[in-house]
Design a protein around this ligand. Structure first.
Ligand code: KG4
Ligand code: ZN
Length: 335
């Protein structure tokens, strides 16, 4: 089944065509990250105005690359929340119009569920996540732990009480004078710290690492970095970036493993922009090996927002919606 997926919940505009929830025929991503670098973060109005301009050319390019004609597309899928209202509207209005004019079924997808299903894309037969599983969604807007007892069933276990992990990466990057988006910049900066220097590091807090729930808190780590920098201590930004990344990974890995052990998970899957982080991948894979739980990450390009994950989630979820009544839902939750 060929599904065309539209993603426009934040600053990216992406359209993809995916066959049977796994094979990507095309996945076009138009990013406005360069425009946002100028402001040091996302300006919702700037994002939405750019998305209006690029959505139709992105659909055209996606169809062209896939080699399919509109008549071959069997359903339209769209991420209708959570996200920025202006951005969501571009995706939902376009998807509704396409569904009506091409006469195709319309499938509504929760963006976070999309990040989860990115883990089923482009996998070899037999190499897919096994249930029950624990999903960690770590993005710019969210940090959530979810139990999936079986396909299509989600139980939200906990999430961040303040900043998301991605937000913390972005804010700390800004404090250190690095570019937006902060995640890849911190990762690059941390890698530049020589091995010898890693032994005499500053120490940042690991908030809620030991709490017996599945919640997170990242605002405190960010504040600790701000305090260090404001005190004018002579600490190289590479040291701060390295220790910050370790602190975030410590908490994410510890809590995810605790959830996996509690619910006897067969797999751990990770999704969302922060799951592109190589250090998080190393640390989670190692913890998985030590605890005999299989760990899955999407391909790096599929960790960040993309239309393919929306088309994949739509294939498994098939949440059919009426094109006349579908509404964008900025605060959409898991259950
Ligand atoms: O999932 P995503 O593309 O958009 C949202 O749904 O929010 O996630 C974006 C977030 C940003 O905060 C960005 O800094 C972070 O993902 N990110 C990373 C990396 N690549 C992107 N964080 C850490 N390491 C990375 N390599
Ligand atoms: Zn996302």
């Amino acid at each position: 089944m060929f599904i065309l997926g539209i993603e426009s919940t934040c600053d990216e505009t992406s359209v993809a065509i995916v066959e049977d929830g796994k094979k990507i025929l095309s996945n076009i991503v138009a990013s406005s990250a360069l425009m946002h670098q100028k402001y040091g973060g996302i300006v919702p109005e700037v994002a939405a105005r750019e998305q209006i301009k690029v959505i139709i050319p992105t659909i055209d390019e996606c169809l062209k690359e896939s080699g399919l004609a509109p008549k071959d597309v069997e359903a339209i899928a769209v991420a209708y929340g959570p996200g920025l209202l202006g951005s969501l509207l571009i995706g939902t209005e376009t998807a509704r119009t396409l569904a009506l004019s091409w006469n195709k079924p319309l499938i509504g997808v929760n963006h976070l569920v999309g990040h989860i299903y990115a883990n089923w894309l482009e996998r070899k037969v037999g190499n897919t996540p096994k249930f029950p599983l624990i999903a960690l969604v770590v993005s710019g807007g969210h940090t959530d732990l979810i139990l999936m007892p079986k396909q299509g069933k989600f139980k939200w276990l906990g999430g961040t009480r303040d900043d998301s992990a991605g937000e913390a990466f972005d804010k700390v990057a800004r404090v250190l004078g690095l570019k937006y988006p902060g995640g890849p910049e911190i990762e690059r900066c941390a890698r530049q710290l020589g091995i010898a220097k890693r032994k005499q590091l500053i120490r940042l807090p690991r908030p809620m690492a030991g709490s017996d729930d599945f919640d997170f808190s990242f605002a405190g780590i960010k504040t600790a970095v701000v305090n260090l920098v404001n005190k004018g201590k002579d600490i190289a930004k590479e040291s701060i970036a390295y220790e910050f990344q370790e602190a975030v990974c410590d908490v994410l890995v510890k809590k995810t493993l605790a959830a996996a052990n509690k619910f006897n998970a067969k797999s751990i899957i990770v999704g969302g922009g922060v799951s592109a982080n190589i250090r998080l991948r190393e640390r989670m894979n190692k913890a998985g090996e030590e605890n005999s739980v299989e760990v899955f990450f999407p391909d790096k390009a599929l960790s960040v927002d993309n239309g393919a994950m929306i088309a994949a989630a739509a294939y498994y979820e098939k949440n059919l919606v009426d094109p006349l009544t579908l509404r964008a839902d900025p605060g959409l939750h898991f259950d």
